[in-house]
Design a protein around this ligand. Structure first.
Ligand SMILES: [Zn+2]
Ligand SMILES: [Zn+2]
Length: 171
């Protein structure tokens, strides 16, 4: 089960011993993957190519998966495809370390999970909505106005102002 708890941990020790220019591709295909502490993707697929360079190991990743989010207006569950490509160097010694600060661990294993999570999180849309004309939830009764005509007056106010109004009336 170890490979499931750390699905992006790779044994790359043997690549360090290869000559410069050697590369190896590691494919991934998981129905579900959890990135500590808070990111879950399904249908996760992709690959990582690891190349021996004079400075260490160059990791080139191309990863994609579906993220379970929700519509920012009506809260309907939405699956968004996240796709990221990145390249990072795991330096073989301190003197080759890049800005990312990655260095090859002595045990010859690299765990790409924290790195992949950082890149994937950047791909999550900030204000995703289910459709451009989504009417959102009724601020009075909470019904989804795409499904139900609850009959409440549609106030044309920015939802942020209604929060403000509530805050003011509470105090
Ligand atoms: Zn919506
Ligand atoms: Zn209503």
């Amino acid at each position: 089960m170890d490979h499931l708890r750390t699905p992006l941990r790779l044994n790359v020790g043997f690549i360090i011993k290869e000559s410069i220019g050697y590369s190896r591709v590691f494919p991934f295909d998981y129905n579900h993957i959890h990135f500590e502490p808070d990111l879950d993707l399904v249908k996760f697929k992709g690959h990582v190519e690891i190349t021996r360079t004079p400075q260490g190991l160059l990791v080139q990743a191309d990863l994609a998966g579906l993220y379970a989010g929700e519509c920012g207006r009506c809260l309907k569950p939405l699956r968004t495809r996240l796709n990221t490509k990145f390249a990072e160097l795991y330096a073989s010694s301190q003197r080759h370390v890049t800005e990312s600060g990655l260095i090859l661990p002595e045990d010859g294993h690299i765990d790409l999970e924290p790195l992949a999570r950082e890149y994937l999180i950047l791909e999550i849309p900030l204000n995703q909505i289910c459709k451009p004309e989504c009417k959102g939830l009724c601020p009075v009764c909470g019904e989804n106005r795409n499904d139900v005509d609850c009959g409440h007056q549609q106030e044309d106010i920015d939802p942020r102002f209604s929060v403000l109004k509530n805050l003011l009336s509470d105090s």
